[in-house]
Design a protein. Structure first.
Lengths: 438, 387
């Protein structure tokens, strides 16, 4: 009954997409369910309520943009509001910096410190670490061992205060200094005071709060407390590789006004990603459909310069390849197809889609085995070149020929669209081509 | 501990008992004016239905009762209008009876209690109680309070009792007696083996040492196995705890085989006469199949007597998924909830108990080795609703 949490929103969206008629009453029902789903994903109650009422207002009171049905409008509003809530992509942390990590017990601070250091190394910067956790047994050893893995120096002292003071002095010449603090309950006075004093000594440029993705509704109050004590400048959501949706983390952002900077996605030292709000929304809601929806909302996927090329018959294999790539980024074909009016809700057997995806993958291999010249000017591809391409890509020759045929057909169809047709509905046609005529 | 959840519960109790008291008051007031009201109604045969309420002067002073009267008359309006003049008298008498009975009513109706229960439900969900569990509590209260005669002065008790029953029903789970398991194994000349597992950072090592200390204080001879060979300083941490509580720790080099460490610890226990092995394991995400397979191997090889899942009480609804995944992969005999001391909400304990009826053995209540309490549903309920 619970493993469907993620699916539930996906189902809700599906209900909007497939439902016979969408009217005010059904929108109300959808919004009621949306609220329940958000709450079940650990989103703060107040936040969920605000979000839902904002969406209601936009859906029912605002004029529906031309060209969109109420159905599409509702989907678009839900998606946009969620993305807005999650903020833009964060500004990257670059340059000389003192960073202090704080958080509750067991939120992966120490591991994240090392991951951050690794991240800065990859940016070409010189990071160093300071251990300010002298409460938890073996915290120092843990940081020491992690630092050895990445070859970054770590300063360990006798108590947190002197360690930070001496460490900062010692690492003066380093680009980035990362301070690991002890896990704490922000409501505990003694621990709170210690953290406050540490921040006074360190004067960090960034104070990052680690929040595990599975945290419940304590996230808001705790984040608020941390913020009051030391001023949070950013959030790192850890343990994103589990089943949790990160709704609690979302609440702590909304409470503190701080943005998510990174997400921890695994136990290895490399497993730290710069936060991407769109992916986070998909994650939070457990569905890929909304992602494709955004693509659909943009719809004019084919850029003007591409359209020009096509109209003039200059649609090359390279462009063909780019289109396949773009499709791949949009998610599984099944969900794309379900978003496209026309096939809308056609229920295709799953393996049909899988086979198509396989085929697209093979086409990619083949295209990757072509020279630039061949891609720009496919006419030069002779029998011997086909042989070479087949060998290079590990695919049979007839598949290379099939690809060339497809490309030729596509070029003709695209040409017949004319420019405006392409800009408006080109993507749909392309999908039809890829998905169903291959 | 559980401050916020407790507040929500006590608020519901107060609101319900207030509601009962108010009802009682209204019905007492009506009682004194009953005859007066009946007399008036008898005289107003000729009036139109909407004028009736205005005519019943005594009722104006009791706003709650007035509302009820308006409602009853509104419902009866078509009937009154249809009735012929001579039938009217009888009809109005019937309505009068209905009105008096209704406003004298001390029992709560479903609609009267619904807003309170709705608020409680929201409060529970805000405290990480799963939706289904909040729903159950709501329905339990409805079933035990709606339409029930409550003695005067017992309103609060009635509300508390209803809530207590519901919570007990949710929080009662089978019990597991660790000592009995250890004794039984001892009679077979073998050590009992308890293995602790869970996702990263929930507090496995700390709480394992707490259990070791508790058993040691009870006169048993525990030995700990540093099965966390993956995380940096995973075994060092347990070794330091071991020194603190004076319990030996078997450990290997970092990166070693967790399964072998535990195996060695069991062998050591057998050779040196320890009666219980407490085995730590690396934190692992429940979604990583190969890591879970590794855990399954540890279980297969070492055949633990208890597989104890450690859950973070600060987690939200995700604990249910964590439980399901781990349970599916290796089975779960018992649950230990960590970090309960800093939890103001703690609704996920209710969710786990209700959904899986799995034994809860301990609650971790702090950073020190002695910060561990045995889980007792009755005490837990009293903690939540006790005055």
């Amino acid at each position: 009954m619970f493993d469907n949490l993620g699916k539930s929103l996906s189902n809700l969206i599906r209900r909007i997409v497939t439902g016979t008629a969408i009217d005010k009453k059904s929108v109300e029902e959808i919004l009621k369910d949306l609220k329940i789903i958000l709450l079940q994903s650990d989103v703060d109650t107040k936040l969920a309520e605000e979000l839902v009422s904002k969406i209601r207002k936009k859906c029912l009171e605002e004029k529906i943009p031309a060209g969109l049905t109420l159905r599409e409008h509702v989907l678009k509003v839900i998606y946009e509001e969620l993305v807005k809530l999650l903020g833009e992509k964060p500004s990257t942390l670059i340059g000389k910096k003192k960073i202090m990590l704080v958080g509750l017990f067991g939120t992966a601070k120490t591991t994240t410190c090392a991951k951050l250091a690794r991240y800065f190394q990859k940016q070409g910067l010189k990071p160093a670490l300071i251990c300010a956790d002298y409460h938890r047994p073996a915290a120092t050893t843990q940081l020491l061992q992690l630092s050895q893995q990445i070859n970054a120096p770590v300063h360990i002292g006798k108590d947190p205060y002197s360690a930070v003071k001496d460490g900062l002095e010692r690492f003066k010449s380093y680009d980035v200094v990362i301070i690991d603090t002890a896990g704490r309950n922000a409501l505990d006075t003694a621990l709170a005071n210690e953290m406050k004093r540490l921040a006074e000594i360190a004067k960090p440029d960034e104070v990052l709060l680690t929040i595990p993705a599975d945290i419940g509704k304590v996230a808001g109050p705790q984040a608020n407390e941390f913020n009051k004590l030391v001023g949070i400048t950013g959030v790192i959501v850890t343990k994103m590789d589990g089943t949790a949706k990160g709704g609690g983390a979302l609440s702590s952002c909304s409470v503190t006004g701080a943005k998510v900077k990174f997400i921890g996605t695994g136990e290895k030292i490399e497993d730290l990603e710069v936060y991407d709000p769109e992916r986070f929304v998909s994650r939070l809601l457990g569905l890929g459909d909304l992602r494709t929806l955004l693509e659909k909302a943009k719809e004019a996927e084919i850029k003007p310069e591409m359209a020009e090329k096509i109209v003039e018959g200059r649609f090359t294999l390279q462009d063909f390849y780019d289109q396949i790539e773009a499709l791949g980024k949009m998610g599984p074909l099944q969900s794309i197809a379900s978003m496209v009016p026309g096939f809308g809700m056609m229920k295709l057997p799953e393996d049909v889609m899988e086979k198509q995806e396989e085929k697209l993958k093979h086409f990619k291999f083949i295209l990757q085995s072509m020279t630039r010249e061949e891609k720009e000017n496919p006419d030069i591809i002779s029998a011997s070149r086909i042989k070479r391409i087949a060998r290079g890509s590990g695919r049979p020759e007839h598949e290379v020929r099939e690809l060339l045929n497809q490309y030729e057909k596509m070029r003709k169809i695209l040409k017949s669209f004319g420019r405006t047709g392409l800009e408006r509905g080109g993507l749909k046609q392309l999908i039809k081509q890829f998905g169903f005529k291959l | 501990m559980f401050g916020i959840l407790r507040k929500k519960l006590s608020k519901a109790i107060e609101s319900i008992s207030e509601k009962f008291k108010k009802k009682e008051e209204v019905s007492k007031k009506v009682e004194t004016k009953k005859e007066e009201i009946e007399k008036i109604i008898e005289k107003i045969e000729e009036k139109k239905p909407e004028e009736i309420v205005e005519e019943i002067k005594p009722i104006q002073e009791i706003p709650e009762a007035k509302k009820e009267v308006e409602k009853i008359i509104e419902e009866a309006k078509p009937e009154i209008e249809r009735a012929k003049l001579k039938e009217r008298k009888g009809l109005l008498k019937k309505i009068t009876e209905k009105i008096v009975k209704k406003i004298k009513e001390k029992k709560l109706s479903e609609e009267e209690i619904e807003p309170i229960l709705k608020e409680l439900e929201t409060g529970l969900i805000e405290s990480d109680v799963a939706f289904v569990v909040a729903e159950k509590i709501k329905n339990d209260l409805k079933n035990s309070l709606v339409g029930k005669e409550i003695k005067r002065g017992r309103e609060r008790e009635a509300a508390i009792e209803a809530l207590r029953q519901s919570l007990l029903d949710i929080l009662s789970v089978p019990k597991i007696d660790l000592e009995e398991i250890i004794k039984k194994k001892k009679s077979e000349n073998r050590p009992a083996v308890f293995i602790f597992f869970g996702i990263n950072g929930v507090g496995k090592s700390l709480n394992l040492s707490k259990v070791a200390k508790l058993l040691k204080d009870k006169g048993y001879r525990p030995i700990m196995a540093a099965g966390d060979t993956f995380r940096a300083a995973g075994s060092t941490q347990l070794e330091e705890y071991g020194e603190m509580i004076k319990v030996p720790v078997i450990s290997h080099q970092k990166g070693g085989d967790s399964c072998a460490v535990i195996f060695d610890a069991i062998k050591a226990a057998e050779a040196r006469g320890y009666d219980v092995v407490l085995a730590d394991s690396s934190g692992r995400m429940h979604t990583k199949k190969d890591l879970l397979d590794e855990l399954a191997k540890i279980v297969r090889v070492n055949k633990p007597d208890l597989k104890i899942l450690v859950l973070d009480s600060l987690s939200g609804g995700d604990v249910l998924l964590q439980y399901e995944f781990f349970n599916k992969a290796i089975g779960t005999d018992a649950v230990l909830f960590a970090k309960v001391d800093i939890n103001e909400k703690g609704g996920n304990i209710l969710s786990i108990c209700y959904s899986f009826k799995v034994p809860i053995i301990f609650l971790g209540t702090g950073q020190k080795p002695e910060d561990l309490v045995e889980y007792d549903p009755k005490k837990f309920v009293e903690k939540l609703i006790g005055s």
